[in-house]
Write a protein that binds this ligand. Structure first.
Ligand SMILES: [Zn+2]
Length: 118
């Protein structure tokens, strides 16, 4: 397995949190200050901030789309390589169904996913 896998589970919530800062926190603060200080320029800041927040969400959406596409590709790859194992440099084998790299030569079955090797 050489393909780099995008995994949004690790950072998806961080991206959402960052976009929430731009969509909610910064506009909220600048609205508050523009109300208190009567400075019109602060409203522009909140508009720019909302635009940035939406761009970040769009970025996350594209990322999820790519990830979904990758998952489908990986699924097909696994389907084609099910029940096979790959010899590694350290003498162990890598299960091609789940990526478990601790398969010993005498093992007929993967400990992790239960794949039966040919
Ligand atoms: Zn396995």
């Amino acid at each position: 397995m050489k393909m780099k896998k995008i995994n949004s589970i690790g950072y998806g919530h961080k991206i959402i949190a960052i976009s929430a800062v731009f969509l909610v926190a910064i506009p909220g603060i600048s609205y508050l200050f523009s109300y208190l200080l009567k400075v019109a320029g602060l409203l522009l800041i909140s508009k720019v901030s909302i635009a940035i927040g939406l761009l970040i969400l769009l970025f996350l959406f594209l990322l999820l789309k790519i990830e979904f596409h990758q998952d489908k590709k990986l699924e097909r790859y696994f389907e084609n390589n099910k029940n096979t194992r790959l010899l590694l440099h350290n003498g162990f084998y890598e299960c091609q169904a789940c990526g478990n790299r601790n398969v010993k030569q005498e093992q007929k079955r993967c400990d992790v996913c239960g794949s039966l090797f040919k």
